[in-house]
Ligand binder design. Structure first.
Ligand SMILES: N[C@H](CCC[C@H](N)C(=O)O)C(=O)O
Length: 276
């Protein structure tokens, strides 16, 4: 199958973006993994597939696939790149776009200054809905990984996140603990593992070992989940500046039952075509 694609990134979390409206696209997990392969394919953390809307009050559908070929519910950095993509491709001139994802409708908005803000929906802390197999609803839970225990807060942003506090993200055991947390049996659909350093009440540093992709330079839903965890634990006040290895995101949340608002950049790098 010959595909035209656009390579994009949100703070270095990079994507192959496909127009599934003007191209007929049906990719197997193996083809998705090839696209994402940084040696044998284009290379990316996730593939984003833009499709026609399937419900009346929505402009588009957007599907998200991790580099391992798994389809997932949500991608924050991807949502910002999605709205820049549909504008640059002439698929829409709306500044605010309603887009359906596997976990519901989100509303990214292209701002006048070129940044993109996204209503990421209402976060979930109830373990069963994350899903997180837990004996309690406590905000901080102990997880045993290999030879030690860690304290995590599980947050659902459509996709699952396990956020832990660290003293310094630069020395956090992301490479060692990330894969162990990702595949912990308490997370039946696996999980994204966040490592959060609190700088002050309105600033954190964050690294995320992503489900299905490994550590990325930034994770939009991970930033949302970390801020929700920090505010819920009384450690942060909204809005919060989230410093990732790829740059800065701004996250605002007014508490339980309200949506998380994320603002950050979206960049088009190059266009291309590939046979998969
Ligand atoms: N790895 C994530 C999907 C991509 C999320 C991330 N790239 C973002 O910006 O939110 C998962 O399996 O839930």
């Amino acid at each position: 199958m010959k595909l035209t694609f656009v390579k994009m990134h949100g703070l270095g979390n990079d994507f192959v973006v496909l127009d599934g409206i003007r191209q007929s696209i049906a990719l197997t997990p193996a083809q998705l993994r090839l696209l994402a392969d940084r040696h044998f394919g284009v290379g990316c953390d996730q593939i984003l597939l833009v499709e026609e809307a399937r419900q009346p009050d929505v402009d588009f559908r957007y599907r998200i696939f991790n580099a391992d070929g798994s389809e997932v519910e949500q991608c924050g950095n991807g949502a910002r790149c999605f709205v820049r993509f549909v504008h640059e491709q002439g698929l829409s001139a709306k500044s605010e776009i309603r887009v359906e994802t596997l976990c519901g409708v989100i509303v990214p908005r292209l701002e006048d200054d070129g940044t993109v803000s996204v209503d990421m929906g209402v976060p979930v802390l109830a373990p069963a809905r994350i899903p997180f197999l837990s004996a309690s609803d406590d905000l901080v839970q102990t997880l045993r990984i290999a030879d030690h225990e860690i304290a995590i807060t599980a947050v659902g942003m459509g996709n699952p996140h396990a956020v832990q506090l660290v003293d310094d993200v630069a020395t956090a055991a992301v490479e060692h603990e990330g894969p162990l947390i990702e595949r912990h049996p308490c997370f039946p659909q696996r999980v994204n593992a966040g490592f959060m350093q609190v700088v002050d009440r309105q600033a954190i540093r964050l690294r995320v070992f992503e489900r299905g992709a490994g550590e990325t330079l930034a994770c939009g839903t991970g930033a949302c989940a970390a801020v929700v965890a920090g505010i819920s634990r009384g450690l942060l006040d909204s809005p919060v500046r989230v410093e990732t290895r790829g740059g800065m995101l701004n996250i605002a949340w007014n508490g339980l039952g309200t949506p998380v608002l994320m603002t950050g950049p979206a960049v088009t790098v190059f266009k291309g075509e590939i046979e998969v």
